[in-house]
Design a protein around this ligand. Sequence first.
Ligand SMILES: C[S@@+](CC[C@H](N)C(=O)[O-])C[C@H]1O[C@@H](n2cnc3c(N)ncnc32)[C@H](O)[C@@H]1O
Length: 301
Amino acid sequence: MLNKKSKYKEVWKTAEKAFGKFTTDQLVGVNKEEFRAYVESRINEITPETEGYSEAEMERQRDLSIKFHWGHDHDFGDFKLAGKMRKRHFRLMANFCTYFPIELSDFKNKDVFDIGCWTGGTTLLLTALGSRVLATEEVNKYADMTSYLIKSFGLDQKAKVLRASLYECNSEDFYDKFDIVYFPGVLYHLTDPVIALRHLYNACKIGGTILVESFGIDSDEPICRFDGSLVYGTGDKESLTRSGWNWFIPSASTLERMLREAGFEEIESLFFKESSRIYAYAKKATWNGICRAGLSQPDIK
Ligand SMILES: C[S@@+](CC[C@H](N)C(=O)[O-])C[C@H]1O[C@@H](n2cnc3c(N)ncnc32)[C@H](O)[C@@H]1O
């Protein structure tokens, strides 16, 4: 059996190789120049009308929702785009498959719900691993870019993107549909993480798995830090590159408790101190009810 370091490297390498096929040589129904021109024309674009906020609300929106920033690194062969999250799509997969009971082969022929897809790096990777993917993204311009990539690489039968918040993924169309819910990098952007996790629990098939990754705090206590939309990290206002807009930032034990409240079982978590990120794995082993006291959405399934 491989040790953890070798396993991590092996998964990363395999994921990177699988993703490597998305070069302009593989485009379907669009020529290379047209493709490149379209993709590059969207970067740095500011189009409030696409997002649907009023002029008066602009000041309160997050920089990443106002201005188009590319998500994950992508080498298209004849041009490259550097993503704000660099090679995170490979790192996430390598960590999930190294530290939890899931393998890259478990993504093959599975229905996967990709939450918060940004510019589609993870969505494409999942299709390359053999998954059928439904991605959802609340920022319209990123949902549109992911749809464009899917169409341009001829993946219409394998992936679809919704221009929607995960809070809208709450109907019969979503219940018991997914083998894997892929949920990295979003939980701390949510005002109501427990309700969000319940939606994702409802979306899982019985026996399905959720893979969560989140910004986290270093504490053994079940506590959260509250930042809200007025606390920023790196970047600056002029270039609209600030990070932040984080609501509740949990400790690992808080995330475990939230997953349990949502109905999940067989929960495992891991906190990476150097990056302040939590990884978690859980199963919808059976159907469990939810405590209805104080729910912000009392009619949730
Ligand atoms: C930090 S990025 C993570 C991207 C990718 N999932 C990853 O982990 O590499 C967060 C993404 O989730 C999206 N997002 C935030 N809240 C969301 C929500 N309620 N529903 C759908 N997408 C959301 C953001 O617009 C952004 O594209």
